[in-house]
Design a protein around this ligand. Sequence first.
Ligand SMILES: NC(=O)c1ccc[n+]([C@@H]2O[C@H](COP(=O)([O-])OP(=O)(O)OC[C@H]3O[C@@H](n4cnc5c(N)ncnc54)[C@H](OP(=O)(O)O)[C@@H]3O)[C@@H](O)[C@H]2O)c1
Length: 316
Amino acid sequence: MTARKIIAVVGATGAQGGGLVRAILADGSGDFLARAITRDINSAGAQALAKLGAEVVAADIDDEASLTAALQGAHGAYFVTFFWAHFSPEKEKAEARNMAKAAKAAGVKHVIWSTLEDTRRWIPLSDNRMPTLMGEYKVPHFDAKGESNKFFTEQGVPTTYLYASFYWENLIYFGMGPKKGTDGKLVLTLPMGDKKLTGIAAEDIGKCAYGIFRKGSEYIGKSVGLSGDHLTGKQMADALSVALGQAVDYNAISPATYRSFGFPGADDLGNMFQFYCDFEHEVCAARDLDLSRTLNPSLQTFKTWLAQNKTRIPLE
Ligand SMILES: NC(=O)c1ccc[n+]([C@@H]2O[C@H](COP(=O)([O-])OP(=O)(O)OC[C@H]3O[C@@H](n4cnc5c(N)ncnc54)[C@H](OP(=O)(O)O)[C@@H]3O)[C@@H](O)[C@H]2O)c1
């Protein structure tokens, strides 16, 4: 009998990492063991994962030594950063560097790094179609992740570069769901014009990541984009209308209007949606629906996600 391989998971109590830990634990083949990395092994989330059968280990991605210790003996590691917890691309880059160095020191055989496009490859800072933010970024929460890919190549860590897409849970938790207008009708407001937004159920990201680990070395050194559906705002509104049993109109606003909303990160998200629109073909092509479904045969479409989650979308 071959030894079971440990997959150490950063963000295990969160969306991406949690999906991966649950996917490992749900797999009856037992080829892999889940090691959940958390800053607080006594939290309710960490304890829930322990109850499901995960090994729970403390580490902080701001502390390279703690990560190196937490990765000892691990075959694989899943790495993600948490931009919306601090809004700092510099911190994301430092954390990615810590993770790459810790993986190298611990001899991890396969890292999956949850990255996103460095949009400055498509929209240099001199391109005035959108404002430059924080001095050196177009979409800070994308650019810092994409720039950080280099830390993994520099360290020579065997890495798969994983490109996630827009979580449909943003309609539940991020205030992006349909809202009632003054006439009482529901309206889905997105700065996507008639372009397609590539999206996914957050839980499926971890399930696809598990599919990558199960494929052995096939995806090492490669980029893999994930998506459950590529849909226009109108198509999303139509699907919401059917699921909610009441009409939802699509309200296409400009990225500039979205940037002007003024909530923390509105400018970053306005630029992100503009990138998604202006490079619709490239962004969708980089996130292959068939590959995502091959890695995770239970991949949800927007329609199947809505069937399970429609009552969780706040409508006021
Ligand atoms: N929302 C979207 O549509 C979308 C799409 C693509 C990519 N993303 C990216 O996804 C990333 C967030 O991933 P997620 O949604 O899985 O996060 P999440 O659900 O917010 O998970 C956060 C978890 O991260 C852990 N954590 C936070 N800071 C940590 C630290 N310093 N050290 C170790 N663990 C830490 C926390 O666990 P403990 O408290 O247990 O330590 C927490 O449970 C963001 O960078 C975002 O840009 C988001």
